[in-house]
Every structure is written in C-alpha cells, then in structure tokens.
Design a protein around this ligand. Structure first.
Ligand code: CU
Length: 163
C-alpha cells in the first residue's frame, strides 16, 4: 500500500464517519456527561455467536478536583459485567479482573482500549450485532450511574473507525 492509497483510505473513512454521525445523531449521542465525568467514543466489537464475552471500550474523563472510581458495570444483555485489564506478563497476554474498579484521577483521562483496560460482558445472551447500539450502565463511586449507548462495530472495522 503506498502513501496515496493510505490517504484515500483515511479520507474515505473520515467521510463515512461524518455520514454516520449525521444519521445517528438523532438516535444517540456519542458522548455523555455525568457531573464532572464525561464519557466518549463508547464502542464494542461484534461477536459471532451468543454465549461469548463482549468487550466494551470507552474514554472516561474526570474534570473534577478529586479522583472518582468506576466501581461496577451492568447491562441487560448479560448477567455479569466486569472491569478487566490486559497486561503482558512473561511474554503472555494476561487478563485481570479489577475487583476494586478503575480509578479516574482528577483532571485526568482513562482510555479503555484493545490490549488495555476494557469492560467485559460475560456470556452475552445474544450476539452483538454490528451497526446496533447496546445500553451499558456505568456506576461511579462519586458521580453515580449513567447509561450509555455503545456502538457495535463489525470485526472488519479498525478500532479507530469511530474516533
Ligand atoms: Cu476481559
């Protein structure tokens, strides 16, 4: 792939992203605010079958003067949702359940993204279908609860397609 194709690709992606925003802005918002916490770019990967785990990624910003903590997550799509961290240990990718939750530092941003922090929806009752949105409720220690609409992306889309 040469520089030109690469460029054309990014322009195409930008155009389709803009189109998507125009269409979808009626049905959902792409960022959410709860007091001093704001949440942007929530997305998940589609899953092939029911019964699998799904991963949700989101960017969380805390504009406040004190730390907050994402303590738990719920969704009507699965009985359990956990906050996980992927980490390299001895050359192997390890997945840890963060039972204490995830601290969002004051004036700070925490990104949940592939190969890092993520929300894991355990044993989804239905598969996650691309181009749909799923409701996920985030529970913060101080800011409280907020339900966000997470955009499900196809497996072919790059993780940055929505960014
Ligand atoms: Cu996980």
């Amino acid at each position: 792939m040469n520089a030109n194709t690469l460029n054309r690709n990014s322009v195409f992606k930008l155009l389709s992203f803009t189109g998507l925003l125009l269409i979808s802005s009626f049905s959902y918002s792409h960022s959410f605010t709860l007091g001093e916490i704001s949440i942007s770019h929530p997305w998940a990967r589609e899953t092939a079958l029911p019964g699998l785990n799904g991963a949700v990624y989101v960017t969380i910003n805390n504009s406040g003067a004190s730390a907050d903590r994402l303590v738990s997550v719920t969704t009507p799509l699965s009985k359990r949702a956990e906050i996980h961290e992927n980490k390299m240990a001895d050359g192997m990718m390890e997945m840890n359940h963060l039972s204490e939750g995830l601290v969002i530092p004051p004036q700070g941003t925490v990104r949940l993204e592939p190969a890092g922090f993520h929300i894991m929806l355990i044993k989804l009752e239905k598969r996650l279908e691309a181009k749909t949105h799923i409701p996920v409720t985030l529970v913060f220690e101080k800011a409280g609860n907020i339900t966000i609409n997470v955009a499900v992306q196809s497996l072919e889309d790059s993780p940055t397609a929505f960014h």
